[in-house]
Design a protein around this ligand. Sequence first.
Ligand code: NDP
Length: 247
Amino acid sequence: MVTARTALVTGGTGGIGTAIVEKLAAAGHRVATNYRNEEKTRAWQDKMKAQGVDVLTVKGDVSDPEDCERMVQDIQAELGPVEILVNNAGITRDTTFHKMSPGQWTDVITTNLNSVYNVTRPVIGGMREGGWGRIVQIASINGQKGQYGQANYAAAKAGMHGFTISLAQENAKFGVTVNTVSPGYVGTEMVMAVPEEVRAKIAAQIPVGRLGKPEEIAYAVAFFLPDDAAWVTGTNLSINGGHYMGW
Ligand code: NDP
């Protein structure tokens, strides 16, 4: 029997985020996510409703600290203190470093890494006071092995795991675990935007022989959430079809 918790999944309307929202809702948790685009989110909400998935959507830009404070307050007013946080929202702005503009660097660091501060900071106090919490960062295989054209993205994603292992130490005695999931290439919009021949080359490098599915990443996230996972903290779970077998 799973205890129902309040969960916030950032970027829950995206490819991987949707699968995480569905998985957490199916486990009986009270799930919230943020959105930026009202129109896009309305269609997503209709789809969730049709599937019987109950999810609270709150406007919020994860790159903006004040907006995140307000977003968390709005969620907590409706659903109670956030006990599960999945830092999933992310973007890419790919180009080789010698051509990278300050905007391409800053956008990715702000959205993918500063966001982790912006969203975790308003929820960590409540988790410590409540004596229970689960925080999961969605990083990336490219934060582990680097990637041509992604110095900004790889730096942000590697930084997320540095955050995980520090926060895990600071909060272990408060019943709060902090872990990272590092997905390989998953067939979401982010990856489907890559030309087909490049995707075929990527799939050919994956021992399992295909791109991942969003549900497979949601499965990895769910592993960290139950009471039974209380001794799992500060770890990085690679889930990539065998594409990268390092740390
Ligand atoms: P999507 O592009 O499908 O979804 C990204 C989500 O993040 C969207 O809901 C988007 O909202 C949201 N988001 C982006 N910027 C912001 C912002 N400033 N404020 C609030 N929300 C924001 O991506 P994926 O589902 O593929 O990726 C999810 C996570 O997984 C990302 O962190 C990504 O880096 C990581 N990842 C993905 C891999 C893949 O192969 N797809 C591989 C490894 C890691 P909006 O619709 O408003 O833009």
